[in-house]
Design a protein around this ligand. Structure first.
Ligand SMILES: Nc1ncnc2c1ncn2[C@@H]1O[C@H](COP(=O)(O)OP(=O)(O)O)[C@@H](O)[C@H]1O
Ligand SMILES: [Mg+2]
Length: 297
C-alpha cells in the first residue's frame, strides 16, 4: 500500500513552471529522498503534499485516501526551523509544540535521547548551536509518533560535525520503521540515508527507484533479439546480470562491473541467440547529477 501517491502534479508560479507533471509513489517504510539541484521543485512538492501550497494541476493521495482529514495527524514535518522560544529550554519548547499538536502530555526523554539532546535539555534554546537547533526541530516533528516524517534539506547550513550528527539521527529515525521523506540537493546525503530516490530537475522526474539501482556503479546493457522471451530466459540464467527491465524492442540489464559487450555477444551466440541490439553504457547518473548540481549552484 502506498503511503503517498503523487499523480501528474504541476505547479506554476506566474510563468515559472516549478513542477511539471510529477509522479511519485512512496511505500510504507521507504526512506525516500527527493534529490535535485536548487530550484528543481523539492520544497514546492513538499509544500503541496503538506497542504501549504495549492497545486496548479494534478493530485496526490495520502494513505490510499482512507484517512482523509485525519491524514495530517499522521505526518510530522519541518519545512523550516520552527519558531522555538529562545528563552525556554528544549523540554519546554517541545511541550508547547505538543500542546499545539493536541497530543496528550508525555515525557520527552526518549525523543531527546534520539536526537542526542538529553544532556542539554534544561538549557535555553538560544544557547544551542545550529546543529542542536536542527536536532530539536527533528524531535519536534516526531511528537505524536507520526507514521511519516518529512524533512526539507535537513543539513542545510550546518558545519561538518553538525551534518554528521543530523545524518546519524535521520538514520535512527529511518531505522525506527517510520516512512521518511527527505528533500536534498546533496547526492551523498541521499545515498547514505535513503532507501529510495527520485531525482528531479526543473520540476520534472529524471529517475526513480531504489538507491542501489539508481546510484550504483553498475554497467547497463541494452540487449535485443528477435525472440525477447527466449533472450530473457537466457539472461535470467546469467549470475552477473542483476536486473532485467523490458524496454521497447530490447531488455535493459544491470550488469556487474567488469563484464563486456563482446562477452555478452559471444555467450548469446553460443546459445544460438543472435543479438539484434547490444549497447553497453556506464550508469553515470551520479556524474550527470553532479553536473546538474554544479551548473546551478
Ligand atoms: N513563491 C514563489 N514565487 C515564485 N517562484 C517561486 C516561488 N517559490 C519557488 N519558486 C520557483 O519555483 C522553482 C522551484 O523552487 P523550489 O520548490 O523552492 O525548489 P527547491 O526546493 O528544489 O530548491 C524555482 O524556480 C523557484 O525560483
Ligand atoms: Mg528547497
Amino acid at each position: 500500500m502506498p503511503i503517498l501517491e503523487i499523480n501528474n502534479l504541476s505547479k506554476n508560479y506566474g510563468n515559472v513552471r516549478a513542477l511539471d507533471n510529477l509522479n511519485l509513489r512512496i511505500e510504507k517504510g521507504n526512506v525516500y529522498g527527493i534529490l535535485g539541484p536548487n530550484g528543481s521543485g523539492k520544497t514546492t512538492t513538499l509544500g503541496i503534499i503538506l497542504g501549504i501550497l495549492k497545486q496548479s494541476n494534478g493530485s496526490y493521495q495520502w494513505f490510499d485516501g482512507k484517512l482523509g482529514e485525519k491524514s495530517r495527524m499522521k505526518i510530522g514535518a519541518i519545512l523550516e526551523t520552527p519558531n522555538f522560544y529562545p528563552y525556554l529550554n528544549a523540554e519546554k519548547n517541545l511541550d508547547i509544540i505538543r500542546h499545539i499538536k493536541g497530543v496528550s502530555e508525555q515525557s520527552f526523554d526518549e525523543l531527546l535521547d534520539l536526537v542526542d539532546l538529553s544532556k542539554r535539555k534544561k538549557s535555553n534554546f538560544n544557547t544551542y548551536s545550529l546543529g542542536m537547533k536542527q536536532r530539536l526541530a527533528i524531535a519536534a516533528t516526531m511528537i505524536g509518533d507520526p507514521e511519516v516524517v518529512i524533512f526539507d534539506e535537513p543539513t542545510n547550513g550546518l558545519d561538518p560535525q553538525g551534518i554528521a550528527e543530523v545524518r546519524n539521527i535521520l538514520g535512527r529515525v529511518a531505522d525506527s520503521g517510520k516512512t521518511v521523506i527527505m528533500a536534498s540537493h546533496i547526492l551523498n546525503e541521499v545515498e547514505k540515508i535513503c532507501s529510495h530516490v527520485a531525482i528531479i530537475k526543473y520540476g520534472k522526474l529524471l529517475a526513480t527507484g531504489s538507491v542501489g539501482s539508481i546510484l550504483s556503479n553498475d554497467l547497463i546493457m541494452e540487449i535485443g533479439s528477435d525472440e525477447l522471451d527466449r533472450l530473457r530466459e537466457f539472461l535470467n540464467s546469467i549470475p552477473w546480470i542483476k536486473k532485467i527491465d523490458s524496454k521497447k524492442g530490447f531488455l535493459e540489464c544491470n550488469i556487474e562491473a567488469g563484464h563486456k559487450a563482446a562477452e555478452m555477444n559471444k555467450i548469446a551466440f553460443d546459445q544460438g541467440i543472435t543479438l539484434t541490439h547490444l549497447v553497453a553504457r556506464k550508469k553515470n547518473l551520479e556524474q550527470e547529477f553532479m553536473e546538474i548540481t554544479n551548473k546551478t549552484n
